[in-house]
Design a protein around this ligand. Sequence first.
Ligand code: FES
Length: 154
Amino acid sequence: MQLQTELDSVDQIVDRYSGEKRSLIGILHDTQTEYGYLPREAIKRIAERVEIPLSQALRVASFYAAFSFEPRGRHLINACLGTTCHVRGMGRILEKIESDLGVKAGETTADRRFTLETLRCLGCCSLAPVMRIDERTYGRLKRDKVEGILKRFE
Ligand code: FES
C-alpha cells in the first residue's frame, strides 16, 4: 500500500458517509471495492476517522465473510463441493482448476486474476457438478471444459 495516496482514498470514502460510525459497514464495503480487500492501514484509518477502537473495526470486518484482509482476485471462483457435485466428480474438476491456475482452494493467483474458493452446495444440484465465477454459473462441468472457461476471464 502506498500509504498516503491510499489513505487519501480512504478519507474520501469516509467523507462520503460524513464520517459516521453507524455507516461503518458501508465504509468497509466501499473500501474493499476500491482495493479488492481491506488493507490493515485502511481499517486503522477508518477506525480513527469514525472514532471507534481499531479492535471494534476489525471485529466487524471479521464477522462478515464478504470482507477479506488479503488481496483478492478480480474474479471469484466458487467450486461446489456439496454432496451431489462431489458424487458427480467435482473433486477431479477442482484438481484441474487448481492445476491450471497454480493455486489451491482458498488462494489467489499471483496475477490477481482469480481467487479460488470452495463451498457446500450452490443450490442448483440438478446442474451438478457446478462452479460459479462471479455471477455466472457453469453446470454439468467436465474437466476438459475448465481451461476454455477460465480463458474467458481477463
Ligand atoms: S451440491 Fe453442488 S449445487 Fe448442490
